[in-house]
Design a protein around this ligand. Structure first.
Ligand code: ADP
Ligand code: MG
Length: 213
């Protein structure tokens, strides 16, 4: 079967059935964003969604709008970027802003072990430090705790130097749920949640990519 890639909106709409996903609405036109924003509180996040755009933040296609007064200006900047980079725009995604620690959660298919679940420290340094833990799917709550324990960034999640103390119980639940996904939906080849944002209350998917096939 031909492999297919689902990017943000399609991936997030699919994941919503299984995991907590940040509230989002895809708007076709900037005018619709002005209208749909009323369903959100500020700050909120706007993202360009386009078939020919993979790393949105590289071209300034992700922006936080702190106050309604700056909405139009931020929209104008986004639309200018869409034009400059000749994006084949699917729309502008309005998304709930989530405060917290950034993590990467994923599924990879290993030729020997089959589907594995992955947890990694996220944020801007993630590519440099490669702080990740893997387990074969499915996992138990104890396995999930072991994965968290393996992270070098664990102390940061625990609230190092007055930082946010992450809800690790919620993270364990999410990891177990992710590890059960390949059984529920066997066509999932790969899943990349980057980032999953976790705070002291909740955790939510804010960006995802799925390979099916
Ligand atoms: P991409 O990976 O395509 O650059 P993302 O959607 O992952 O785009 O957004 C880039 C970064 O913007 C994230 O790593 C995160 O730091 C921030 N971000 C994105 N969405 C949200 C959100 N809903 N709430 C808070 N921060 C966000
Ligand atoms: Mg991302």
């Amino acid at each position: 079967m031909q492999k297919e890639v689902w990017t943000e909106v399609k991936a997030e709409d699919f994941l919503q059935k299984y995991l907590p996903v940040a509230k989002h609405i895809l708007c076709k036109k900037p005018e619709d964003v002005v209208k749909e924003c009323k369903k959100f509180s500020f700050p909120l996040v706007l993202k360009l969604s386009a078939k020919n755009l993979v790393h949105k933040s590289d071209i300034g296609a992700v922006t936080v709008v702190k106050h309604p007064d700056e909405l139009q200006m931020k929209l104008d900047i986004l639309m200018a970027a869409a034009k400059k980079y000749k994006l084949i725009l699917e729309g502008i995604l309005v998304q709930e802003y989530i405060e917290g620690h950034q993590l990467i959660i994923g599924i990879k298919r290993d030729p020997t072990f089959g589907h594995c679940v992955m947890l990694g420290s996220g944020g801007i340094f993630v590519e440099m430090i490669k702080d990740v833990a893997f387990r074969v799917c499915p996992i138990t709550d104890d396995d999930a705790q072991e994965m968290i324990n393996e992270l070098k960034g664990k102390r940061i999640l625990e609230g190092y130097r007055g930082g946010i103390k992450a809800n690790l119980g919620e993270l364990r639940k999410i990891l177990v749920k992710v590890s059960l996904l390949p059984k529920k939906v066997p066509k999932i080849d790969e899943l990349d949640i980057n980032p999953f944002i976790l705070n002291s209350k909740t955790g939510k998917v804010v960006d995802a990519r799925i390979v099916v096939g």
